[in-house]
Design a protein around this ligand. Structure first.
Ligand code: PGA
Length: 262
């Protein structure tokens, strides 16, 4: 049985002061949820030191991006050792906004994921199709390419690197986020999510092995709200959620966690 993981993606929202206040408030509200699920906030890099300093056991802190090299001439990037030094849990990688606006590719995303896992840090690897791709019948090809090309670029062939030292908290999670459902209020149906998540697990079994694939958590993302979270969490292959808009207010995000309790 995979433990659910819910991560709030704050994107480019909140000053450091606001982030710290909201993080503390969310941790207070969410305290009781942590016995049933893993919780996290993915915040802008500038807020990470403040959040890491206030983080307790209850809510993990994630970056929104990290580079594959440990250091070097890569202006504007942060590295895995920098995050590790702060006590950050890991990073969201390959979000569709990074792919769409900042030239992230399957290859660069895969290298970022591998660097995290090889350092014992968590990676939330985001994949998903555009509406055009879905309508053209390319769902399976797009998801396969994103995963297979990504893992090949990162030279990640070992299931044990994907799981890490704690089998109930595997280092790799995959977030299936259909691009047309992100920030649009137009969420995928539970049936659509079930189909995509089953495919992702099948591809993970092909790339790694069946046991590894069975442990990796596959999150759904795209217009998840307190009102619809339970319908996703009833789908067998949905192991959590990556939540944008509905994570910005601590009260709403805690309510989402409560509604997602199974
Ligand atoms: P949304 O964003 O919940 O606002 O649709 C999800 C995401 O981009 O991770």
């Amino acid at each position: 049985m995979r433990r659910k993981l819910i991560v709030g993606n704050w994107k480019m929202h909140k000053t450091v002061t606001e982030a710290q206040q909201d993080f503390v408030r969310f941790a207070e509200l969410a305290g009781a949820l942590a016995t049933d699920m893993d919780l996290g906030i993915s915040a802008p890099a500038i807020s990470l030191p403040a959040l890491a300093a206030t983080a307790g056991r209850v809510v993990s802190v994630y970056a929104q991006n990290s580079h594959w090299e440990a250091q070097g001439a890569f202006t504007g990037e942060v590295s895995v050792p920098m995050l590790k030094d702060l006590g950050i849990a890991g990073s969201v990688i390959g979000h569709s906004e990074r792919r769409q606006y900042f030239g992230e590719t399957n290859e660069t995303a895969g290298k970022r994921v591998a660097a995290l896992l090889k350092s014992g840090m968590e990676a939330i690897f985001c994949i998903g199709e555009t509406l055009q791709e879905r309508e053209a019948g390319m769902l399976e090809k797009v998801l396969r390419d994103q995963l297979i090309q990504g893992f090949a670029a990162g030279e990640l062939v070992q299931g044990r690197e994907v799981i890490g030292s704690n089998p109930i908290r595997p280092l790799l999670s995959v977030a299936y986020e259909p691009v047309w459902a992100i920030g649009t209020g137009k969420a995928a149906s539970p049936v659509e999510a079930a189909e995509a998540h089953a495919l992702v697990r099948k591809v993970l079994a092909e790339v790694f092995d069946v046991d590894t694939a069975a442990r990796v958590r596959i999150l759904y993302g795209g217009s998840v709200k307190p009102e619809n979270v339970a319908t996703y969490f009833q789908v067998p292959d949905v192991d959590g959620a990556l939540v944008g808009g509905a994570s910005l207010k601590p009260e709403a995000f805690a309510e989402l966690g409560t509604k997602g309790r199974v």
